[in-house]
Design a protein around this ligand. Structure first.
Ligand SMILES: Cc1cc2nc3c(=O)[nH]c(=O)nc-3n(C[C@H](O)[C@H](O)[C@H](O)COP(=O)(O)OP(=O)(O)OC[C@H]3O[C@@H](n4cnc5c(N)ncnc54)[C@H](O)[C@@H]3O)c2cc1C
Length: 520
C-alpha cells in the first residue's frame, strides 16, 4: 500500500478506468474489492483517510440487528445475518463471536425475548454463531456480575459478531490493491466529468497532500461518500435534492471493571425506547445507543452532552458501580447515512436501515444507507447495477468466499497483535530486526513503535491521527494516553518519511485538538 506508487497510476490521463469509486469507507472499499475481484480496472478516491468518517465510529458489531426484528423487518434481518456469517468466514482474524445477555426484570420479557431470539437463530440458519438460550437470574449475575440484582427475573443469552471496524477497512483496501485496484487516501473527487451526451464519464481527483489534480476517465462512477453522498450528487446535477439524513450515535469507552465479563449487555428498551449496548472491545467496554437525526453532515462530529448523560445514566442501571463522567476514557460520535425519510417529521428510529442504490439520469450510481455488516452485499448490488444499466460487461461476483487480507483462523485474542492476522509475523520481524522498535507508545498499553512503522510502510498512514485513531485504536480506547503518545508517533513517522521538526510540531498540535473532542 504505497501511496506514491498508487498515485502514479493516475499519470496516464488517456486510460479509461472501468470503475471510479468516490469514498473510502466500508461501502466504497467494499465496491473496490468487488469490482477488482471481478477483473475490472478500479480507482478509489478517499479525500481524508480510509474509514475516517462513519466506518471507524461504529458500535463494532457484525449483526443481524435484533432491534429490527421488533419492527418485523424480517428480510432485512435475514440478509444481515447471512452477511454476518460471510464476514466471519472471510475475515476470521477480525470478526469474532460475541455473546450478549439481555437481563429481564419481568417474566413476560423472558418469554418475549427468548422467542424473538429463537426466531433470530432460525433466520441465521447455516450462517449462525452460537445459539440463544434462556438463563436464570443466578446465571445473569454469573455472566454479568455488575447487573442490578433487585427484581431480576432471568435473562436470555444470544450471539452476534464483533469486530474492529477501521482495521477491517484497511484490510479491504489491501485486498482491493492485491486484486489490481488503485486505492488512495487524501485524494478528493472534486468534479464529475460529463461527455457530449451529458453522461458521467470520469472525475477530477485532487491529491490534497501534493496539491495535484488528475483527470480520470471512467465507464462508471460510483458515489459511496457516506454522509456526503449529496455533495457528490450535486457535482453530477446541480438541481439535486437531499437524499440522506445524517443520524448521529455516541459511544463512551469505559474500563472493563464496569462489565467484568466477556459477555456484552444488550438493553432492548431504554427509558426513551432506544437500544443500549455495552460491548467488550480491546479490553475495554464500548457503551452506545441508537442514533438521532442531526441537521448537518460532519466528518469529525462532536458527541452531544445530553447523549453522554443519557448513556451514563442508562448504563448505571445495569452496571455496579455506575460509571460517571470521570470514568470515560474516550467518547466518540459517528453519523450514519440514512436514506432520507419520505414523510416529514419521521425520526431516525423509524427510517429504514436497508441500503439504497440511486442511478441518476446521467448514470452516476450512488449507494447509501445500510450498515458495516452488509458492506459486501451493498458492493455486489452496486456493481451489478452498473452491469445491468450497461456500463460494464457482465462478470460474476466473487466476494462471497473471497478471503480478506490478513485472513487467519482462530486468532489468539490475548495478544493485541491478533488484529493483524497473517501480517502479525511481519510486525514481529520488524521488532526482531530492530529490537528498539519494541518500545511501547504508552506505558499503559501494548502498542509498539513497530506498529507505527508498519502503518506507515504498509497501510498508507500519513498522519499521527491516521496511526492513533485507525491503525492502532488508542484514540478510541484511551484519548488521554493517545495525546501523550502523539509526539513519539510523530517523530517515528517523520523519521520514516523525512519530515522536519516543524511537521512534528504541527502534527502534535493538530492531533491534540482532535483528541480533545474524545475527552469529557
Ligand atoms: C454510531 C453508529 C454505530 C454503528 N454501528 C454499527 C455496527 O455496530 N455494525 C454495523 O454493521 N454498522 C454500524 N453502523 C453503520 C456503519 O458504520 C455505516 O453504515 C458504514 O460505516 C457507512 O460506511 P460508508 O462507507 O457508507 O460511509 P463512510 O464511512 O462515512 O465513508 C464515506 C467516505 O467518503 C469520503 N468522501 C466524501 N466525499 C468525498 C469526495 N468528494 N471525494 C473522496 N472521498 C469522499 C469520506 O471522507 C468518507 O471517508 C453504525 C453507524 C453509526 C453512525
Amino acid at each position: 500500500m504505497n501511496r506514491e506508487e498508487q498515485l502514479s497510476h493516475f499519470f496516464d490521463n488517456e486510460k479509461i478506468w472501468d470503475v471510479v469509486i468516490i469514498g473510502g469507507g466500508a461501502t466504497g472499499l467494499g465496491c473496490a474489492v468487488d469490482a477488482a475481484s471481478r477483473g475490472y480496472s478500479v480507482a478509489l478516491l478517499e479525500r481524508e483517510d480510509f474509514a475516517k468518517c462513519t466506518s471507524s465510529r461504529s458500535t463494532k458489531l457484525v449483526h443481524g440487528g435484533v432491534r429490527y426484528l421488533q419492527k418485523l423487518e424480517v428480510d432485512l434481518v435475514r440478509e444481515a445475518l447471512h452477511e454476518r456469517g460471510i464476514m466471519k468466514r472471510n475475515a476470521p482474524h477480525l470478526v469474532k463471536d460475541q455473546a450478549f445477555v439481555i437481563s429481564n426484570y419481568n417474566y413476560w420479557d423472558n418469554i418475549l425475548y427468548f422467542c424473538g431470539l429463537l426466531f433470530y437463530d432460525i433466520l441465521s440458519f447455516g450462517f449462525g454463531y452460537g445459539r440463544s438460550r434462556f438463563i436464570s437470574a443466578g446465571k445473569v449475575l454469573h455472566y454479568i456480575p455488575t447487573s442490578r440484582r433487585s427484581g431480576l427475573k432471568g435473562g436470555v443469552v444470544y450471539h452476534d459478531g464483533q469486530f474492529d471496524d477501521s482495521r477491517m477497512a484497511i484490510n479491504l483496501a489491501q485486498t482491493a490493491i492485491e486484486r489490481g485496484a488503485t486505492v488512495v487516501n487524501y485524494t478528493a473527487a472534486e468534479k464529475i466529468l460529463h461527455d457530449a451526451d451529458g453522461k458521467v464519464c470520469g472525475v477530477i481527483a485532487h491529491d490534497t497532500l501534493n496539491n495535484k489534480s488528475y483527470e480520470l476517465k471512467a465507464r462508471c462512477v460510483i458515489n459511496a461518500a457516506g454522509i456526503f453522498v449529496d455533495e457528490v450528487m450535486s457535482m453530477d446535477n446541480t438541481q439535486h435534492s437531499r437524499s440522506i439524513v445524517p443520524s448521529q450515535g455516541t459511544h463512551i469507552v469505559l474500563d472493563m471493571k464496569f462489565l467484568q465479563s466477556d459477555y456484552a449487555i444488550m438493553v432492548p428498551h431504554t427509558s426513551d425506547g432506544r437500544v443500549l449496548f455495552a460491548v467488550p472491545w480491546h479490553d475495554k467496554v464500548v457503551v452506545g445507543t441508537t442514533d438521532i437525526v442531526r441537521p448537518e453532515s460532519e466528518s469529525e462530529p462532536k458527541p452531544l452532552e445530553e447523549e453522554i448523560d443519557f448513556i451514563l445514566s442508562t448504563a448505571g442501571l445495569y452496571m455496579d458501580p455506575a460509571p460517571t463522567r470521570a470514568d470515560i476514557l474516550s467518547v466518540f460520535a459517528g453519523q450514519r447515512p440514512l436514506a432520507a425519510p419520505k414523510k416529514e417529521g419521521q425520526n431516525s428510529k423509524e427510517v429504514s436501515r436497508s441500503h439504497k442504490i440511486i442511478t441518476s439520469e446521467n448514470n452516476l450510481i450512488t449507494i447509501t444507507g445500510g450498515k458495516w455488516t452488509s458492506y459486501r452485499l451493498m458492493a455486489e448490488d452496486a456493481i451489478n447495477k452498473a452491469i445491468n444499466i450497461g456500463l460494464l460487461p457482465k462478470r460474476k461476483c466473487r466476494t462471497r468466499s473471497l478471503k480478506i487480507h490478513g485472513w487467519k483462523p482462530a486468532p489468539n485474542l490475548s495478544d493485541h497483535l491478533y488484529v493483524y492476522g497473517s501480517d502479525q509475523e511481519a510486525i514481529l520481524k520488524i521488532i526482531a530486526d530492530s529490537p528498539a522498535l519494541a518500545e511501547r507508545l504508552s506505558p499503559k498499553y501494548d502498542y509498539t513503535a513497530a506498529e507505527v512503522i508498519w502503518a506507515v510502510r504498509e497501510e498508507m498512514a500519513q498522519t499521527v491521527e491516521d496511526v492513533l485513531a485507525r491503525r492502532v485504536r488508542l484514540l478510541f480506547i484511551d484519548a488521554r494516553e493517545a495525546k501523550n503518545a502523539a509526539r513519539r508517533v510523530a517523530e517515528i513517522i517523520a523519521a520514516e518519511r523525512g519530515h522536519d521538526s516543524a511537521w512534528i510540531d504541527t502534527q502534535v498540535t493538530t492531533f491534540h485538538s482532535i483528541a480533545d473532542n474524545y475527552i469529557v
